[in-house]
Design a binder for this molecule. Structure first.
Ligand SMILES: NC(=O)C[C@H](N)C(=O)O
Length: 330
């Protein structure tokens, strides 16, 4: 039986990193090893799929731009349309992996598996995690049972939803968590599924990367004890289309900056109320009267994920009722 065809799009990150010695698990240079060398270093892949690589970028993921996101998503979409391609893997730095995975799940119209993968240790380190993570990613991308589940992330033997997952620890290999739990696990190249996403993604998304040419500017301001309005005032005047407030607790906002956020909204910028607390979700009209202020709440999305959805949604609408619907549905 013919093996499935899987393309690996490489963007850099620690999975392509190299350190000076085997004990360097945290001190190393990201984005050093090319995709062909990554594939050549993992001969086990050839038993799972016909794999070929494309080097899209070679950067640490904290330096990726919104333009990079567009370029990558358009390439994924074009490949997904090819009848001779069964699945796509994207190797990526872990720092912003969750944002790219969410962006792809919102904008690429395909049922074919798309898997984003990274590593916490460079390949030169003792107990490097990249090889198994990549092997698992190719296995999932080559599997029919991974179709139609949205963009997936394979880290630490788990299959996570690209929408839900976040980097939650910055020094261990079990770095990616979702408060709603992984979708499944991969053990010795076999997928074990336990749940599936219910939020709209890929095929059911009203957004399509093939028709998106630019993303509107959206910025984030954090809430904290002692917060002043400096960042909010400056961002409000900077030409952005939306401001995500990463508030405290249940998206609470310090009373002294509420008027500043109201001013930002009055000046035409959409205000999105999220929380800096990693888990849980923000309720509408609790903590702040969102209906009265015409603010949007970010549901369970962390500020950086809320920013991604806001950018995508605002390629279509600036209507706050519509935006709130989108934040409930995706
Ligand atoms: N573990 C990693 O991949 C971290 C790295 N800074 C990156 O995001 O590219």
């Amino acid at each position: 039986q013919a093996l499935p065809n899987v393309v690996i799009l490489a963007t850099g990150g620690t999975i392509a990193g190299a350190g000076a010695s085997a004990i360097n698990s945290a001190t190393y240079a990201a984005a050093k090893v090319g995709v062909d060398k990554l594939i050549a270093g993992l001969p086990e892949l050839a038993k799972v799929a016909n794999v070929r690589g494309e080097q899209v970028f070679q950067v640490a993921s904290e330096s990726l731009t919104d333009d990079n996101l567009l370029t990558l998503a358009k390439r994924v979409s074009a490949l997904a349309k090819q009848s001779d391609i069964d699945g796509i893997v994207i190797t990526h730095g872990t720092d912003t992996l969750e944002e790219t995975a969410f962006f792809l799940t919102l904008t690429v119209h395909t049922a074919k598996p798309i898997v984003v993968v990274g590593s916490m240790r460079p390949g030169t380190a003792l107990s490097a995690d990249g090889a198994l993570n990549l092997y698992n990613a190719v296995n999932v991308a080559a599997s029919k049972d991974a179709m139609g589940k949205g963009v997936l992330v394979t880290m630490n033997d788990e299959i996570q939803s690209g929408r839900d997952v976040s980097k939650s620890i910055n020094i261990k290999t079990e770095a990616f968590k979702s408060q709603w739990g992984p979708l499944g696990m991969i053990v010795e190249g076999k997928n074990y599924w336990f749940r599936a996403p219910v939020k709209r993604h890929t095929m059911q998304s009203e957004f399509d990367i093939d028709t998106i040419t630019a993303l509107p500017p959206v910025e984030i301001a954090m809430g904290y004890e002692g917060v002043l309005s400096t960042a909010i005032d400056a961002l409000g005047k900077s030409g952005i289309k939306a401001l995500v407030h990463g508030g405290t607790g249940n998206g609470s906002v310090a009373n002294r900056i509420v008027p500043n956020l109201q001013k930002v909204r009055a000046d035409g910028v959409v205000v999105i109320r999220s929380s800096r607390v990693p888990d849980g979700f923000v309720l509408r009209n609790a903590e702040q009267p969102d209906d009265k202020y015409d603010w949007v709440v970010a549901h369970d999305l962390r500020p950086q994920k809320a920013r991604i959805l806001a950018m995508v949604a605002m390629t279509k609408t600036s209507d706050t009722k519509e935006l709130q619907r989108i934040f409930w549905e995706y």
